[in-house]
Design a protein around this ligand. Structure first.
Ligand code: KG4
Ligand code: ZN
Length: 334
């Protein structure tokens, strides 16, 4: 394994509704990091429309890539490899990114590296904290996943707990829809909650199901509450829901870390952008080292894909041009 080299990595992220590319030199010199958010294209539908997402990736990806080369001031020939998210995500969206990456890899004669999007989210923390190293515990909370993961080594993961139904981000998005707030739900619930009180008691599934999570009951209780109490304050409902879900995430993660005497705890994924989650994790700072990346590295981006690809590049973990996408990829495959 060569840690003394500084490969230039071009990374593509198109697993959902963000079209993103990044150029990374070595471990953490980001020469370019561009994101085209499709939120405006999907907003009127109240959620991501897979067909529109895929077509938008086709429209944006080439232009965004050319802008990245300009910004990084390098030529495509200067690259050492091309990396792309190969799952989990939407089929059409993943196919656009991986086909584009394969075309680049073939025409430039540079190795191809497929990256598990979930590992990308975790590795976003390495960009922010160059001294962070496994082993550490991760709370991965995104639109599709909610997991407590023991990162034993760079490509050795043990799932300690996961959601049995809705993911945390999904619960935020569904409750936002119940409350008639905008898409995506997480940021709109957080924003509305700022001026509100946590007056209402929604269930906090803290103690059952071990280290697994279940948020569908919480979502349903918000739904029935809204139906039964049309006069209730919307902002207070949002804040009370947010308090319940965040308390559950924080409780289970910190409980496991303290029980197992794990000092380093990392949060990752779109919901890690939530400031209540960050501040409630920070309450444990006298007992645990808490890490989370800057907001733009929490939600989907290609810098995290590039950083994960660096770890594969130095281990020569390359992929063939017949690499398939895996829409329901878990953490069983790196
Ligand atoms: O990681 P991500 O960008 O995409 C996936 O891989 O799923 O996560 C998106 C999810 C959405 O469900 C969104 O509502 C949620 O992250 N999210 C938030 C916040 N920002 C994004 N949830 C709570 N608070 C936020 N500030
Ligand atoms: Zn993601």
């Amino acid at each position: 394994m060569r840690e003394d080299i500084e490969p230039i990595i071009f990374a593509i992220e198109t697993s959902c509704d963000e079209t993103a590319v990044a150029i990374l030199k070595g471990k953490n010199k980001l020469l370019s990091n561009l994101i085209y958010s499709q939120i405006e294209d999907h907003k009127i539908f109240g959620g991501v429309v897979p067909e529109i997402a895929a077509r938008k990736h086709v429209e944006i990806l080439y232009k965004l890539s050319m802008t990245a080369f300009e910004e990084a001031n390098i030529e495509p020939e200067d690259l050492d490899c091309v990396a792309v998210s190969y799952g989990p995500g939407l089929i059409g969206s993943l196919l656009i990114g991986s086909s584009f990456a394969k075309g680049m890899s073939l025409s430039l004669n540079k190795p191809l590296i497929g990256i598990n999007h979930l590992i990308g989210h975790i590795y976003a923390n390495f960009l922010e904290f160059p001294d962070l190293k496994p082993p550490f515990l991760t709370l991965l909370v995104s639109g599709g996943h909610t997991m407590i993961i023991m990162v034993k080594d760079y490509f050795d993961f043990e799932i300690i707990g996961e959601t049995l139904d809705d993911a945390a981000g999904e619960a935020f998005d569904k409750v936002a829809r119940i409350l008639d707030l905008g898409y995506p739900g997480g940021p709109s619930i957080e924003e509305l909650s700022r001026k509100a009180k946590t007056t209402y008691n929604f269930p906090k599934p803290l103690y059952n199901k071990g280290f697994d999570f279940s948020f569908s009951g919480l979502k349903t209780s918000v739904l029935y509450f809204v139906k039964d109490h049309p006069e209730a304050n919307k902002a207070d409902i949002a804040a009370s829901f947010q308090e319940s879900i965040i308390d559950t995430l924080v409780h289970k993660t910190t409980k496991f870390a303290l029980k197992e005497n794990i000092k380093d705890v990392v949060i990752a994924g779109g919901v890690a952008a939530n400031s209540l989650l960050r501040s409630k994790m920070d309450n444990f700072k006298d007992q645990l080292n808490i890490y989370y990346p800057r907001l733009s590295l929490c939600t989907d981006n290609a810098a995290m894909i590039a950083r994960a690809a660096y770890e594969k590049y130095i281990r020569k973990m390359f992929d063939d041009l017949d690499m398939d996408i895996i829409p329901n990829l878990g953490l069983t495959k790196v």
